[in-house]
Design a protein around this ligand. Structure first.
Ligand code: UD1
Length: 421
């Protein structure tokens, strides 16, 4: 198994162009199944979650080719509506293959999805939405079998603005008879990206980015060429990399508005951040504690930035409190950060972080994608050597993370035998 070895203490400096968003490309790849024509996607990150999704698409009959950051898909006619269990289990996002496969083939069989181990991640909201559109669902031996002779437009009210459920229902509604309205929809920028991608192929969707999305059913979708929005979580992680090493970075291809909640909290912590068009400048200074960071659905503070922010606050002057409101049990990084000298106490959904002067190197395990990135950030700032194990979690969402960081002055290397994807 591969690991990172980090020798802490170097300040990061330089410029980095941020690539397309992981949380856009995954639903957009699923949505590509809704057309039989050619799909061209630009600025696609080379991460393992994309590889797993492409393996699934190939099993379903899609021809895939890749030229650097450009992906070409030829969905043609699909062979099957059954997703192999081994691939499904590797990634939670495979659940939103249900919507497009129901739309295209009228049936789908999936096993319960895998992905990050960040507490229970049920799929009841996805299933409730699909049932209200006329889908019959059978759950047996860890498999979900769904069938619909014809999908019908419906009023779907989500109990919680789930990102995945919003996207799944949007995709299922494309070929439904009539109009589907999603109330209390998630408002994340990646949902607007999905809407723009589908509309460019001929879909009729309005309202993404607000809490009400309307999808008018259409008969067919055509070909498309589409560029993904930049990855706001990668940009946020790099802001913290600059801040924690007291470095200075220029992040290019950023939509600053997407990072508003993160930037304003980090400014509160003393990080200098300023915008110039689609470039974000970051300069690290002494870190101050922040009284309250509360994760919430967009436009609130993203849960996907919680672990990295906690790492930064371990080195702040004073006491900070972070409350995780989106997922249960998303504090798996706490124990690992403590091994590096952090002073953190968890009480239910909140973590109280008492800043320390210095973290020290240790052997730690990446428990999930963002927690893994947070441990790498801790290693960049720590005194001595840090070994981060189980880095396949980090590879799910960060393209060659060590090369990116090394290009900016970090002392980090990858050792060991690569995992197969
Ligand atoms: C997406 C993102 C993930 C991010 C999360 C929250 C992708 C590929 N992944 O995940 O990076 O952390 O949004 O911003 O875009 N829930 C239910 N029932 C359901 C569905 C969700 O109870 O049927 C709950 C979940 O357990 C969780 C909350 O709703 O507590 C949010 O989950 P959701 O927004 O669905 O996250 P994902 O789409 O899985």
């Amino acid at each position: 198994m591969e690991k990172f070895i980090i020798s802490g203490g170097s300040s990061l400096s330089g410029r980095l162009r941020v690539k397309g968003a992981k949380n856009s490309i995954l639903p957009i790849l699923a949505a590509s199944l809704l057309t039989s024509e050619r799909v061209e996607l630009k600025d696609v990150p080379d991460i393992s979650d994309v590889k797993v999704m492409l393996n699934i698409l190939e099993c379903l009959g899609v021809k895939v080719s890749r030229e650097k950051d450009i992906l070409l898909l030829e969905p043609g006619s699909l062979y099957t509506s059954e997703i192999p269990e081994s691939l499904m289990c590797e990634m939670r996002s495979s659940i939103f293959l249900m919507g497009p496969l129901l739309g295209r083939l009228g049936k789908v069989k999936v096993s319960y999805p895998g992905g990050c181990d960040i507490g229970p991640r049920p799929i009841d909201l996805h299933l409730k939405g699909l049932i209200s559109m006329g889908v019959n669902i059978k759950e047996e031996n860890g498999c979900v079998q769904a069938e619909a002779r014809s999908l019908k437009g419906s009023n779907v009210h989500l109990d919680f603005p789930s990102v995945g459920a919003t996207e799944n229902i949007m995709m299922a509604a494309i070929y439904a008879r009539g109009t589907t309205t999603i109330h209390n929809a998630a408002k994340e920028p990646e949902i607007i990206d999905l809407q723009n991608f589908l509309n460019k192929m001929g879909a009729k969707i309005k309202g993404a980015g607000t809490d009400t999305i309307k999808i008018e059913g259409v008969k067919s979708l055509g070909k498309v060429s589409y560029t993904l929005i930049p990855d706001r979580i990668l940009a946020g992680t790099m802001i913290i990399a600059a801040a924690i090493t007291r470095g200075e970075l220029m992040l290019e291809n950023v939509i600053p508005e997407h990072l508003e909640a993160v930037s304003s909290k980090l400014r509160e912590a003393g990080v200098e951040i300023w915008e110039e068009g689609d470039v974000l400048h970051v300069k690290g200074r002494k870190i101050n504690a922040v009284q309250s960071v509360r994760t919430l659905p967009y436009p609130g503070f993203p849960t996907d930035m919680q672990a990295q922010t906690m790492t930064l606050l371990t080195l702040a002057r004073g006491t900070s409190v972070i409350t995780e409101n989106v997922f249960d049990g998303r504090f798996s990084h706490v124990g690992e950060l403590k091994k590096m000298g952090a002073d953190i106490m968890v009480d239910g959904r909140s973590a109280v972080i008492q800043g320390v002067k210095q973290l020290h190197g240790a052997v730690v395990k990446a428990p999930d994608l963002r927690a893994g990135a947070a441990l790498v950030l801790a290693g960049l700032a720590a005194e001595g050597h840090t070994i981060v194990e189980e880095i396949h979690h980090i590879d799910r969402g960060y393209e060659k993370f060590e090369e990116t960081l090394r290009g900016l002055g970090a002392n980090i290397k990858r050792v060991g035998i690569p995992a197969e994807v």
